[in-house]
Design a binder for this molecule. Sequence first.
Ligand SMILES: Cc1cc2nc3c(=O)[nH]c(=O)nc-3n(C[C@H](O)[C@H](O)[C@H](O)COP(=O)(O)O)c2cc1C
Length: 141
Amino acid sequence: MPNTPSLYRAVYFSTAAPHLSPAEVHGLATNASRANWREGVTGSLIFTGGHFAQWLEGAREQVQALLHRIDADPRHSAMKVVHDGLAERRQFGQWGMRYVYNLDLDDLLDTAHRLENGPALQDALRRIFLDTQLDDLNPSI
Ligand SMILES: Cc1cc2nc3c(=O)[nH]c(=O)nc-3n(C[C@H](O)[C@H](O)[C@H](O)COP(=O)(O)O)c2cc1C
């Protein structure tokens, strides 16, 4: 997906609804990937059992509309946007939604979710996204 001139990025955490199964989230991520690609949105979704973290990038209008839709989704709650603003280039330009399922990151995300927003938190989150191993390669659907 090409970098658009005014690329917008949003990154958030949330708490997953209880009893949400990995299979359900996998299905959600597959649908999200297709829908995002059609809208020029790319990104990554991390599911740790108890928490989500998501990175979205695309045109501002699309990303903000999507964030509102996602915020209203009962499959999670307590959405906390830790970063949103213009970005120079896409980090996940090959994925409508790169999906990572990693139970080991749950404690880390739980702690991060409670931290006050600021550069340290944004940095930690950035590292989590860029260092995670791929569970499910999901290229450019
Ligand atoms: C954690 C989480 C992340 C989601 N990410 C996306 C996404 O990246 N793209 C997307 O289209 N839908 C995503 N969804 C699903 C949307 O909330 C919504 O169900 C979907 O956009 C369909 O919306 P509609 O029924 O209003 O058409 C996500 C849902 C959750 C719970």
